[in-house]
Design a protein around this ligand. Sequence first.
Ligand SMILES: Nc1ncnc2c1ncn2[C@@H]1O[C@H](COP(=O)(O)OP(=O)(O)O)[C@@H](O)[C@H]1O
Ligand SMILES: [Mg+2]
Length: 356
Amino acid sequence: MARIELTDIRKVYAGGVEAVKGVSLSIDDGEFVVLVGPSGCGKSTLLRMVAGLESITSGTVRIGERVVNELEPAERDIAMVFQNYALYPHMSVRQNLEYGLKNRKMAMPEIARRVDEAAGILEIAPLLDRKPGQLSGGQRQRVAMGRAIVREPAAFLFDEPLSNLDAKLRVQMRAEIRRLQRRLATTSLYVTHDQLEAMTLADQLVVMNGGRIEQAGRPMDLYERPASLFVATFIGSPAMNLVPLDSTGGAGEGLAGLDGLPGAASEGVVLGIRPEHMRLVEAGREPGEFVADLTVTGVEVVGAESYVFGALAEKGPEIAVRVPGYSHLEPGTKVRAAGRLDAVHRFDSASGRRLD
Ligand SMILES: Nc1ncnc2c1ncn2[C@@H]1O[C@H](COP(=O)(O)OP(=O)(O)O)[C@@H](O)[C@H]1O
Ligand SMILES: [Mg+2]
């Protein structure tokens, strides 16, 4: 096991694309770090530089005590799990698990011990004699994990390992990977574009955007105190509601009670509030609340709860409000929503940065 330390890592591809623009990141021994961000933001490039599959333009990668920039992938003591499993189709599960260890001329009894242990942990012992083609997607994913585990590496690297699975299996495997990582306590760097997967897996969540880190920290800290508009809207579903005060005539047309807000609600400020911090009200408001007059545009019924979407004022933004149970509101209905003032975030509209 080991710490991983990235210092000011950059990657410029031949042809000039700067995919990673100076990233520094520390991953503690045994920590599970998830890199999340939209497609093309440089996640895979960063991971591949740690793995040694891509050259590093500048900066240093340390795994344990060593700077590994110039080391071959095989010398870095890491194991990578990919989206497409990369299993050998003509080999049995057992042979797939043994393959990397045999290549390293490990003694047969040690290979057998590791394979049996991994098969036990992953509950794939009954599948050892099958070929990958005779396995379900989830079983293949488990074998791919097994191949990483038997190497007993200093760190696991995952690149969107669950993307090929259906929704139900993805949730199940997500929980399995988390349990497994806790049990093995192996330092892990995991890449995904799925913010929910990222939230549920990470000890430390790292949000990337355009080749840079937007924010890193514990998942709930990012959720509760997003450092930028980008993080505010990327983490959480439905996304945080945003009201740019410029577009609503400075004071916020359709809004009342913002004078109770700590910090100014004026032009150049974007207000943010999550759907669960708002509620539909008949009239009036409680102390500590503001109100928004909305025209319903649609309803999403999730099951135990619904989200009511409504337009603020004439040309204002759409606001989502979480309501319990099944909402029957028709589009066009006028409703009033109240939101907690202490749950309002303020951002600078020019820079997108959080104001307080
Ligand atoms: N081999 C390559 N050559 C040139 N550009 C690349 C190469 N691989 C990726 N890129 C570019 O680098 C950027 C980041 O890509 P990538 O790391 O794959 O993003 P992500 O994994 O977040 O979707 C993208 O603009 C992509 O087009
Ligand atoms: Mg990728």
